[in-house]
Design a protein around this ligand. Structure first.
Ligand SMILES: Nc1ncnc2c1ncn2[C@@H]1O[C@H](COP(=O)(O)OP(=O)(O)O)[C@@H](O)[C@H]1O
Ligand SMILES: O=C(O)[C@H]1O[C@H](OP(=O)(O)O)[C@H](O)[C@@H](O)[C@@H]1O
Ligand SMILES: [Mg+2]
Length: 351
């Protein structure tokens, strides 16, 4: 029995990064890019390195150093190992029996690497889905809990990350999420509300080959937040509030106000993180979009931008030219509908 699962990239549409800090967020599953994981039964338990993403053979020392400078030390192998560990420990803790032989896990991805499109958790989410089916335990691990397991796999590796990406990668579609401390403490997870994807106006993705490490980007703000820095705490609360406002604005189809909310979301991130942490190229992507009057903000911690053109097709043409001139890739966003089964949707609040 070979099991294969696909998990899509995600766009943190509003409220990110407050999800890392007990805030609120609205995100959607992006059909343009995905990761896939395959599980095959085998005699040995093998985590297969990807031929390009886990490169260990180089043409020269120059090539090796260039690769480390541009893409860092790690690929997906550590993510696959970490989710195996987290899944196993969770099952042990919950007395879920895992009666099966060994397997080989392999992965592939076309999600631009480390561009804030959640390439990391797409690999982890697809692997978790393989494990759930291989061991036939999907019915024993609630849908609300699965994002926590995906996040814990990355936390295990010391990556600073939040839940918004993992939630939408498990649920699919458009989801509004409330991670308030009260809910997290009481329920052990946030409150996740699927929304109608048709409420979204046409959106565009701008990105560049410019990998940035979300853990590194978050580390200073994360420490300041832990230290009780008032500016970070109040700004993060405002960012969380934007997701909530955004929910109302989308339901009312008030797209004029959506422009202000998206722009404010990025401006607050910029004030909190500072230009050095965000990176000049990432900031330029937002500025290029804004130069034609589009609203723009990061999809994640940096590398890709979600843009909205309230002026319609003529403004989209201007955006196309501006991106081309700046050397950025522009794609029309396509959203993946919800993945939830009828059974899984029943317990959830929908809009
Ligand atoms: N496309 C990829 N292929 C292989 N591994 C990846 C890829 N993207 C991310 N990773 C792994 O996940 C880790 C964290 O990536 P992260 O900075 O969160 O990127 P992203 O914004 O894509 O989620 C990386 O250090 C690496 O180990
Ligand atoms: O900063 C953000 O918006 C997000 O950063 C991480 O996502 P990534 O795709 O790795 O950049 C993090 O996992 C999210 O929870 C944050 O919202
Ligand atoms: Mg990530």
């Amino acid at each position: 029995m070979v099991v294969e699962h696909k998990s899509y990239a995600r766009v943190g549409f509003l409220g990110n990064p407050s999800d890392v800090y007990f805030g609120r967020a609205m995100s959607f599953s992006l059909a343009n890019f995905w990761a896939s994981v395959q599980l095959r039964p085998s005699d040995q338990l093998l985590i297969q390195p990807h031929p390009t993403h886990d490169l260990v053979s180089f043409q020269s020392i120059h090539h090796l150093v260039h690769r480390l400078d541009t893409e860092g030390y790690y690929g997906g192998v550590r993510l696959l190992m970490a989710i195996c560990k987290v899944f196993y420990k969770h099952c042990q803790e919950k007395n879920i029996e895992l009666n099966k032989g060994n397997f080989t896990l392999s992965y592939d991805t076309n999600i631009p690497r480390q561009t804030g499109l959640s390439g990391s958790s797409a690999i982890v989410c697809a692997a978790l889905n393989c494990l759930l089916d291989f061991y036939n335990v999907r019915h024993l691990i609630k849908v609300e809990i699965r994002p926590n397991l995906i996040l814990n796999a990355e936390k295990e590796l010391g990556i600073v990350a939040g839940l918004q990406d993992r939630v939408v990668q498990v649920y699919g579609g458009l989801v509004y999420m409330d991670f308030s401390r009260e809910n997290m403490d009481k329920l052990g997870h946030g409150i996740y509300m699927p929304m109608d994807v048709n409420l979204l106006p046409p959106l565009f993705l701008i990105y560049a080959e410019n990998p940035s490490d979300s853990g590194k980007v978050h580390s200073t703000v994360s420490q300041r937040w832990l230290d009780g820095d008032e500016f970070i705490i109040s700004s993060m609360n405002e960012v969380a509030g934007l997701a909530e406002k955004g929910k109302t604005v989308l339901l009312e189809k008030n797209y004029k106000e959506l422009v202000n909310i998206m722009n404010r979301n990025f401006d607050l991130r910029r004030q909190m993180f500072g230009d050095k942490a965000l990176g000049a190229l990432n900031i330029k992507m937002v500025e290029v979009a804004r130069s034609v009057g589009a609203a723009a903000k990061f999809t994640g911690s940096g590398g890709a931008v979600v843009a909205f053109c309230p002026g319609g097709p003529s403004q989209v043409s201007l955006l196309e030219s501006a991106c081309k001139e700046a050397g950025f890739t522009l794609q029309k966003i396509s959203v993946v509908p919800s993945f939830l089964s009828e059974e899984e949707s029943k317990s959830l609040i929908t809009y």
